[in-house]
Structures are given as structure tokens and as C-alpha cells.
Design a protein around this ligand. Structure first.
Ligand SMILES: [Zn+2]
Length: 99
């Protein structure tokens, strides 16, 4: 884990060009039956356009660590920071990033 926050970039649909996106520190959890989606929300630094980065997609609730699940629901700042600095998570979401 790096000390500082990762800088994350993508093309903003609203600005029409590449912008830095800031980790909002907020998770979005959607439950559909026993299937769960979890996203971490980033916002365009310039226009605040939201970008949801997928953490879990249609995963059975039984497969998610209950402690972690609680931390999603509580928008745990430490966990948001962990995901925001997780290279594999960022790559999966086609984010461009550097330290
Ligand atoms: Zn924008």
C-alpha cells in the first residue's frame, strides 16, 4: 500500500475529455435478492460527474465477508482508501492512474 492517494483519470462524459476523478469515499450497495452489487463512487474533479467503479457484480451475499459488507454500508473511509489505491481494482475498471 502506498502512503498517498492514487491519482485516477478517465475520460469524463460530461467534460468531454480526460479528467482526474476523486474518490468520494462513498460506496453504493445494491441488493437484488441474494445477489449484491457494490461500487465505489468517484467524481470528476472539474464537474463532479459521477463514475461508479465496480467492486462486486452480482455476487452472492454469502460470498462477501460480513465485516467488509458492514464497512461498505458505513462508507468506511479506510476501506474506500484501500480500494482507491488498489491497482487491480482500478485496472478492472479501466481506470488510468498514477501515484
Ligand atoms: Zn467532468
Amino acid at each position: 500500500m502506498s502512503a498517498g492517494p492514487m491519482r485516477v483519470y478517465r475520460r469524463c462524459g460530461k467534460c468531454g475529455k480526460k479528467q482526474e476523478f476523486i474518490n468520494s469515499g462513498k460506496f453504493r450497495v445494491n441488493a437484488n435478492g441474494n445477489l449484491i452489487d457494490v461500487w465505489l463512487i468517484f467524481r470528476c474533479k472539474k464537474c463532479k460527474h459521477t463514475w461508479n467503479l465496480s467492486i462486486y457484480e452480482r455476487v452472492k451475499i454469502s460470498r462477501i465477508d460480513p465485516t467488509e459488507y458492514d464497512r461498505f454500508l458505513q462508507n468506511d473511509p479506510g476501506l474506500a482508501q484501500e480500494y482507491g489505491n488498489d491497482i487491480n481494482f482500478l485496472k478492472r475498471n479501466n481506470a488510468q492512474f498514477h501515484l
